[in-house]
Structures are given as C-alpha cells and as structure tokens.
Write a protein that binds this ligand. Sequence first.
Ligand code: GLC
Length: 735
Amino acid sequence: MKNRIIIYFTAILLVFTSSLIAQEEKENLFVDSLLNKMTLEEKIGQLVELVTPKSVTKKMLSNGNVSSILGIKDADLANELQQIAVEESRLGIPLLFTNDVIHGYNTTFPIPLAEASSWNPELIEEACRIAAVEAASNGTHLTFAPVVDITRDPRWGRIAEGSGEDVYLGSILAKARVKGFQGNDLKDKSSIGACAKHYVAYGAAEAGKDYNTVDISEITLREIYLPPFKAAVGEGVVSIMSAFNDLNGIPASANYFTLTQILRNEWGFDGFVISDYNSIPELVNHRFAQNKAEAAAKALTAGVDMDIAGNDIKWSVYAPHLDSLITNNIISEDILNESVRRVLRIKYRLGLFENPYVDIEYYKTNMPSFEERQKTALQLAKESIVLLKNQDELLPLKKDLKSITVIGELADNIHHPLGPWNTAPILENVVTPLAGIKNYVSENTEVIYIKGCSVEGIDKSEFGEAIDAAKNSDVVIMIIGETREMSGEAASRSDIGIPGVQLDLVKEITKTGKPVVAVLMNGRPLTIPWLDESVPAILETWFLGDQTGNAVAEVLFGDYNPSGKLPATFPRNVGQIPLYYSHKSTGRPFNEDDKYTAKYLDVDVTPLYSFGYGLSYTQFEYADLRTSKEFYTKDENIDVVLEVTNTGKRNGEEVVQLYITDKFASVTRPVKELKDFQKVFFKAGETKKINFTITPDKLSFYDVYMNKIIEPGEFVISVGGNSHDYITTLFQIIE
Ligand code: GLC
C-alpha cells in the first residue's frame, strides 16, 4: 500500500514538474522566436516607458518605439492605444500599462505604514486584490508597488509608503502585497503584475533626506535592506524598480553587484528591472556618467532593463543612445537582447499577447460590490489604528454624551485622509473624522466642530472660539498631525514634531480642564513628548483612506477594540534618530548608574513608544513560555509554546510577537530580532495556548565572508505584545 502511495505521488510530481518545464519551454520558444524577428529599433523600443498618454504619438506606437506607458486610467483609452500597437505595428507587440497603485486604485485603503500597523498580512493581501481588479478594469497591467524599503529614519517622507523598520514584518508584508496584486494566475483578469521598489536601500538615505547618499556595509545591506526584496522575488514578483540613491559609491540604477550579481545570479530573478523616474539620466548628476549615452551604457550593462523616460521621449536615454552604443560595439547586442527577452517574457506571462485588450464587459459582472470593497477598507482602517495612551480608561467614549467638541483642520478635510500617493480616488467615498463621529453618536449628542487652526501656519485667531466650545463640552477630540503632502516622495522633514500651532492649541484646550483625546493623522512617527505627558488619550490613525471617519469613530466609541501595533519606533526627539529596537549592544550598553555608557546628556535613550507597541481596551498576560527541550542541533526546528490570557472585560485581538536574541556570535548581532508573530482574538477572560515553530533559517546570519551561517551557542526567546515588554526563555544550539 505504502509503495503504491509513493508511486502515486511521484507520478503527480513528475506530471506537475514536466508541465512546468513544458510551460517554460513554450514561453522561451515564443519569446526567442519573436526576439529573432525584431529589428534593433524595435528591440530598443521594448525598453522604453513613457509617462502620460499625451507624450505618445501614433507613429511611436506603429513603429514599436514604446513598450510601456505610465498613467493610463481609462479602459477605452488603453484599448485605443493598444489597438495601434497591436494592429498597426510590424510585430504587434502589446503595450504594458503601468500605474502607481500603492494603497488602492478607486477604493483608497490606509497608507502602507498604517496597513503595517494592522500586522494582518491576509487582510492586506485582500486589499491588494481589490486594488488589482479595480486597476485591471481600468487598463492597468502592472503596479509600481509594493514599496518594500526598510527605513529607520522617520524624517524620510517615504516611510509612509512602506512597512516601517523591521525586516521580518517588512518581508511578510512584501509577500502579502505581491500575492494580493498578482494573485494565483498572472493572466487572470483580476490580477496585475507587481513591482517591488526601490531597489535597494533607498530608505537608508543619510539624514532621512530623500534621494540622499546611502553608504552601508554589505552585512547591513544583506541583513536589513535586501531581505524584503528577496521575499518579493520568492513570491514571484514580475518586476523590480531600481532606486535613485547612490549605494556605496555606485548608484543603485547602475549597480551591477545588486542588479545582476545578487538579483539575477544569487536569487535567480527572471523578471525585468525598470528604472525609477529619470534615475538613469541622473547618473550624470551623480557624476557617475559624463553624459546620457554613458549613463545608458552603464545602466543597461548593470542590469536595468527598462527606462522610465519621463513625459517626453527626449527625456529617454535608452531611445536615443542605445542604437549607436550597439552599432559602435560599445555594448554587446547580447546584453540588449537579454533585457528585451525579460520584458517580452513578462508581457507573455501577463497574457498580453493573448488578451491585449481590457474586457470591459467582463468587469461589469466580475467586480466585488462597492459595499464589499468598502467593508475591507473599513476593517483594514480599524486594524491600522494604534492606541498609544489611555489614561484612566478615558476611552472608549460613551455614544450618548451630551456634547462633544471636535477641533482641527484635519477633522473636516476630504483630501488628507487619502494620504500620499493616490491613483484614482473617489472623493465622495471619503468619510472624514468629523463625519464619522457625527454618524456615530446618538441623536441627543451635540457635536460642535471648530477648525481652531490650520495644520501649517501661525494663525491663532480661531483659538478663542475653540476654547469656548471646549469649555461647554463633555469631551474634546483634537484631530492633529500632518497634511498628506508632508510625507511621501520629496517630503522629508528635519523636525518631526506636530507642525504649525496645533500643539499650542492643544495646550490651550487642556487648560480648560476638559478631557482631551488626541487623534493623530500623519505619515510618519512624530515626536510628541508633550502630548504623551499631558493628554490622557492618544490614537495614532496615520492616513486611513476612504473609511477614516468610520474607523476612528468605531475605535473612539468602543465598537472596535484597537489592536494596532507600531511598525516603526517613535523617538522622543529627532536627535535620537536613527532609533530602532533591533540595535546592537555596543561595548558600553546604556546603564543609568554609569556615566560612561551609550546615552545622551539631554534625553532618555529609550524611545517614546517602541516598535510593536500598541494598547488595547483590554489587557493581556503572557505566561509559561517554554521550548520542547533545551538543546537542539542546527537543523532542528524549535517548538515554542506559551499561554496568553485576556485578563480584561472586553474581547480583543493581540499581536503576539516572538523575538530572538543570539547571545554571542562571530559578528555583533542585534539585541533582538522579530522572527514571528500571530494576531489572535481572545474573548474576555479567555486563555489560549500559542504555538510557534522556529525554523533554523531564523537563527542564521551573514558572517564576515557573507556566508549565511548558524553558530552554536545560547539563544533567548522573548515573547510579548511589543519589543519592550515580554517574557523569556532560553535554548542552546549544539554542534
Ligand atoms: C516616482 C517614485 C516611484 C514611482 C515612479 C513612477 O519618482 O520614486 O516610486 O513609482 O516615480 O511614478
């Protein structure tokens, strides 16, 4: 019987493997036979993306001079342009239509940093599925997402677009987003290709200044900045976008080591690499190329396959220069052919040769309902909210309070909840915090709204009106933070405090003695020591998209018990940056009783709020953490179990986080690293056994020779509701 089962499964495996090989052979045959028919001009055309349709002429399309267009958001226009490319060009190679679908297409979800606060990969994947089908129905084939840049510097505005500071969380969410966009079948009408960006280490820009220099060790590159890209490649991402930044002296968009040695030779990535917007001609600004022709040569040779040529083909560097570079034998045509092959391969995998046109009729009956999409947006928004403080359980508020005053420009603005990077948002779908609160409270509750002040500027003329209103209310809800323009691209801030005079207004309102709830709307961790000191309740809501107001109201009034956890550290002041939980020990770890240890004279060394931190309206207790035994070999899984109890009176979800410390190693290791987590629902009073399995790869690290190794020795497991409060146990790895 056993033999028959083995034979049966072997047969299935053989059939499956042979069908994969057959598919690959069929794909290679198609691509190579097409490539062999192409002229040099047509090959170069496949490496050019133009931005916005107005820059594209019919002649360019019929000559095959354009491969891809960024910014088409209309199915009819997409089909019109595609028809020229497919039916009026010599070889009929279809166009690829791209867009930046970062956190939703029509339905706007929370910004990625907010989504990361949910620690819910499945829900994030579901949101990306919705974004994919909305985008596909409007002609998009590929999104320039996910942003998988790790960053430890909240001055950097693009922290808003990624998953924060942690490699493990960032890698898990990179996979979830790629899977959400690409689905199980790239040719499915509800799937679009994904593009992991910005390759690589863009988030390590010195001083948090966007586009700035990056200079890090290879160990740091491999331990921190590369893994989320490797996770995306492992999930089958079809493209990668090369970054703007200089990386250890070689700009990321001309860096053979990262683009070819690592991405292709080590990881086996077979999709295509597209440059970030103008990053190839910017090699001249880096003073790494003397002119655009040299820039083109260096980028193509390093491994950048497609050039985003801006909104005019004259901005392209591949279009005008590759012809002469090839015909003058400065670059081998083999290099060009390999790049063209990769682009054709992905167009083939996306099914563009079989179905180049948007099937408009299909989406009329194959789109999730508006209600379903908004329901996902609301759930993800709720789970993205982080409760930072709740002194004397001020929250949740009663729904039948007599009077509530809501203050702040952000409370009543339909644009800011969308956050940075939107594709085709529908503004009438946006529920502002004020609207959400008004929808939620009883009809007997008076909700007074006073703007009080703008997010920016020094005008305090409306302070008096706000103070008067506050005096006559039971509670004051202050919606404060940043505008949506203060984070995202080219939006670094040297001071990450609350902008303008908003904090002054909070101080005036707290003088009334009325209870104040601060609701933050922002795209990065902010330095809020005064708020933490003086305001009884603080909610971090980031930018939550369409369902902002409903999510904020459900948390404020207790219909949803907040479960969010910070994906990035909140420093006490900007001088502490970079500040992150997985730091090294140093030779003089902080010791408050010893002057000569790693600390400051003027601020505590600890963060205001740690990575992984977030409160609930209930409480959780961790106990009885243990492994199945004490000694393990390098290739054994370590089974871990503990008990977590909801000791409060409310049901709630807890993100149970597992960190590992390698106590001694041949390379200095972080004090701890997140290696697993589970988001678990508990009824009030409920205790659950939580099991983790630590696989050997989670103990490995890069040694000085760049080998990924596991060394014998003692390891500490820390499990808790954040990176600062946990219980521990030990185990040993033996030779
Ligand atoms: C921008 C961004 C990149 C985006 C690209 C195309 O400059 O850096 O994230 O995908 O250009 O819009």
